[in-house]
Design a protein. Structure first.
Length: 379
């Protein structure tokens, strides 16, 4: 079946985009809400930080709960719980800061495993042959959600300060309605073949790939202004960097989807290394745009290859927790990269991503060598 006529996939896609939308809206929505209530944007920034920490803390434990009950059954309840958390937060927006910090924990903890749960359902929605293409198309749509979320907040804020947060709750309810209902029952016990796959060391290279994506992307997405100012350009040129990054990411994902194959992730990691090294060196506009385009073009394929290989390794009754861990590791990389941009010289920050990509590539090379050695011995 063609992916573009696969009704179950597009239902899944609509659901996961609605589930992602609140997270893309949250930074600006929280800032506008607290600014209207207190006159300061800083509380919104701290509120978002608490929300992200709660997401990361709850991702794996809540993911394990989804694995126990089955994501098809657990996700609707989790989404409705998240929606309720946003509603309570909007109604209590004029409460003292400590109360807001406590209230934002509810949607934060419950939202942490949503992406992992939906990604687990994708394995039951499309077959293995369509999986690389399905993930690539999803990555292209995600770029639109990342851009559309803040834009939607700006539009909804015109109708009222509380409207964006209320819309986040509505998006969660819509996602709950769209959760695919047809999925296999959760497997309660591991088979002997599943036990080795459950070891963290087995999929550590893929977690390192996820970390690298977050780490290097944050160097660009958080620092477009200093990157263009380094070239003597005005602040109005900063969006050009993001446009090139997003455009290259969409193009890379489209090409990957067209090929429909998993591909060798070491090739994409090599692109990260080359792009990061050029980004670290001031080579003018050609160097900046070329490095950003290479990194963007490799991002979608690397994310897809990482996701496909993780699915092959994770036991079926551990996928929600495993994918939630992967998304958490990627978010941690983004956070550390953002911190590096804030405290270190600009030319140093891409080198951390280069180093992480080289380590991930080295792990995959060693893993491939061990696999070849095992085949030689057994044959």
């Amino acid at each position: 079946m063609s992916l573009f006529t696969h009704r179950a996939y597009w239902r899944w896609s609509a659901g996961v985009q609605f589930a992602r939308l609140p997270s893309t809206m949250a930074p600006l929505a929280f800032t506008l809400l607290t600014t209207a209530m207190t006159g300061s944007y800083r509380l919104g920034g701290v509120l978002m930080s608490v929300f992200v920490v709660a997401e990361m803390a709850g991702a794996v434990p809540v993911g394990r709960l989804l694995d126990r009950v089955g994501p098809a059954r657990g996700l609707p309840a989790l989404l409705l719980l998240t929606a309720a958390g946003y509603v309570v937060l909007a109604l209590a927006a004029d409460a003292p800061a400590p109360v807001l910090f406590a209230l934002v924990l509810l949607p934060g903890v419950s939202a942490g495993a949503l992406s992992g749960g939906f990604r687990t359902l994708l394995a039951d929605t499309v077959d293995d042959a369509l999986l690389p293409r399905a993930i690539s198309v999803d990555a292209m749509i995600l770029e639109g959600v990342l851009i559309g979320g803040p834009a939607l907040v700006v539009l909804l804020d015109l109708a009222g300060t509380f409207v964006p947060v209320a819309a986040m709750a509505v998006a969660c309810v819509a996602a709950a309605v769209l959760v695919p209902r047809r999925a296999g029952a959760p497997e309660r016990a591991e088979s002997g073949a599943d036990v080795p796959a459950a070891r963290l060391a087995t999929y550590l290279p893929w977690l390192c790939c996820a970390f690298t994506v977050g780490l290097l992307l944050s160097t660009i997405e958080v620092a477009p202004l200093p990157l263009v100012q380094r070239l003597g350009a005005p602040a109005t040129a900063a969006p050009v960097v993001i446009v090139v990054l997003s455009g290259a990411s969409i193009a890379g994902s489209a090409l990957y989807a067209w090929r429909g194959k998993t591909g060798d992730p070491r090739l994409f990691l090599g692109g990260f290394v080359a792009g990061g090294l050029v980004l670290a060196v001031d080579l003018g506009w050609p160097g900046l745009l070329a490095s950003v385009a290479v990194i963007g073009g490799c991002t979608g394929p690397l994310v897809a290859a990482t996701s496909v290989n993780l699915q092959r390794l994770l036991p079926k009754n551990r996928r929600s927790a495993g994918f939630s861990l992967s998304f958490t590791v990627q978010a941690a990389g983004f956070g550390l990269g953002s911190l590096a941009v804030g405290v270190l010289p600009l030319w140093v920050t891409p080198l951390f991503g280069v180093f992480a990509a080289a380590i991930a590539g080295g792990m995959l090379v060693l893993k491939s060598g061990r696999a070849i050695g095992t085949v030689s011995v057994t044959s």
